[in-house]
Ligand binder design. Structure first.
Ligand SMILES: [Zn+2]
Length: 143
């Protein structure tokens, strides 16, 4: 089930919190991918655009030579072509926690790290910056 959550907040100029916007198609793909790797972790590269404090995810790339285990998933960054649309990663946590591990923060790639934890529903997606600070995740409909 997909729940559309829209955060509306009073504009606070002191707050420069970043927000991640995902489409239903992206979320569906991520959920399917995470489930297919369970009980191991799965990892994907996020393509997207950053406009001011909004990061919009526009595509998913399966990283070359990725490794997958129950507590780790990753890929060699040097195997990636240089591409400015690569804006971060999403990986799954077969455990019930979508908090980034120390390992996740040490292997941070790009601007955002999304984590989807078991049971891989839209509400299980967390977004973090390279300091491990949580960002808002918003779902948008595409017509
Ligand atoms: Zn992790």
């Amino acid at each position: 089930m997909i729940t559309v959550v829209i955060f509306r907040r009073k504009k606070d100029l002191a707050e420069v919190k970043r927000k991640i916007v995902l489409t239903k198609e992206i979320i569906d793909s991520v959920i399917t991918y995470a489930k297919s790797w369970h009980p191991n972790e799965g990892i994907l590269i996020l393509q997207g655009k950053k406009e001011k404090n909004v990061i919009r995810i526009t595509g998913l790339i399966i990283p070359p030579f990725s490794s997958h285990g129950p507590y780790y998933s990753g890929f060699p960054v040097y195997e990636l072509p240089f591409d400015l649309s690569y804006i971060g990663t999403i990986h799954s946590h077969p455990s019930g926690s979508n908090r980034p591990s120390l390992e996740d923060l040490n292997h941070f790639f790009g601007l955002v790290s999304l984590i989807i934890c078991y049971p891989y529903d839209v509400g299980n997606i967390g977004a973090f910056d390279r300091n491990g600070i949580k960002m808002d995740v918003e779902t948008e409909d595409t017509f």
